[in-house]
Each structure stands twice: as structure tokens, then as C-alpha cells.
Design a binder for this molecule. Structure first.
Ligand SMILES: [Zn+2]
Ligand SMILES: [Zn+2]
Length: 133
């Protein structure tokens, strides 16, 4: 059985936690960001389980649409200068409190995501330690 890894993330700009303890998936907190599309604004809650594509949206977004994501604390855009390998949409980055960065694709319907560790050995061992792989 695969072990679930739940990530606790924060904003790369202002360091505030993006975890939302009032909106739960199962019994886990969610990652909350403000979103904007060409025609609407709303809120997106993402599963904190790495690899899960479970999400909840306050507005209707069509599959394939690209969503701009913003930190709810500092309102800075979370997109980075790198694009999804699968669909070429901008990637969005969250800093993992235990170390490393998780990147997700900003296109709805594309579940591409990966974790980047700056110093692989040190960060990885910390990550493995905290999450008990
Ligand atoms: Zn912020
Ligand atoms: Zn993508």
C-alpha cells in the first residue's frame, strides 16, 4: 500500500501558511489560494495529499482553462517562470514547510505536479524523516 504524504505549504513570497484548517478533505486540511480567470475570480482549495488531484472551486472553470493563482495573504501571483512539460501552461510553486518546493500546473484538468528539492540529499532526508517513508 502506498503511503499518503500530506504536505504543509506556505507562500514563497511572504512565508504565510497556505493551509486552510476550516475546509477539510477527509480529515486533512486543504491548501487555499485565490484564483482569477479571464472572466471570474474565486477561491481554490487543493488537497494537501501529494499526488491527489482532489480540489474544490468557488467558481466554475472549464477544463483546459488556465487559472492564475494568488496568495490569499500578500496577493502576489504564485506562478513561476517555468512551464508544464505536459501542456505548457505556467507552473505554480508552493514552498513545503519541511523543505523543497511543490510545483503544480495552472491548467484545470492537467494534474501534472512534482516536488523540487534544492539540496537533494539534505532536503530529501529531512522530507523522508518528517513524512516517515
Ligand atoms: Zn504570500
Ligand atoms: Zn499542465
Amino acid at each position: 500500500m502506498e503511503k499518503e504524504v500530506s504536505l504543509s505549504v506556505k507562500c514563497p513570497m511572504c512565508d504565510s501558511s497556505l493551509m486552510e484548517n476550516h475546509v477539510l478533505f477527509g480529515n486533512k486540511p486543504t491548501v487555499k489560494v485565490n484564483i482569477e480567470t479571464e472572466h471570474d475570480r474565486g477561491v481554490l482549495w487543493l488537497s494537501c495529499i501529494y499526488g491527489s488531484s482532489e480540489k474544490k472551486l468557488s467558481i466554475e472553470i472549464a477544463d483546459g482553462e488556465i487559472v492564475d493563482m494568488y496568495c490569499p495573504h500578500c496577493n502576489k501571483e504564485l506562478a513561476i517562470e517555468d512551464n508544464c512539460h505536459e501542456c505548457n501552461a505556467p507552473l505554480v510553486a508552493f514552498v513545503i514547510k519541511a523543505g523543497g518546493v511543490v510545483r503544480i500546473c495552472s491548467r484545470k484538468g492537467c494534474d501534472s505536479h512534482h516536488i523540487v528539492f534544492k539540496e537533494v540529499s539534505a532536503e530529501m532526508s529531512k522530507f523522508y524523516y518528517e513524512y516517515g517513508f
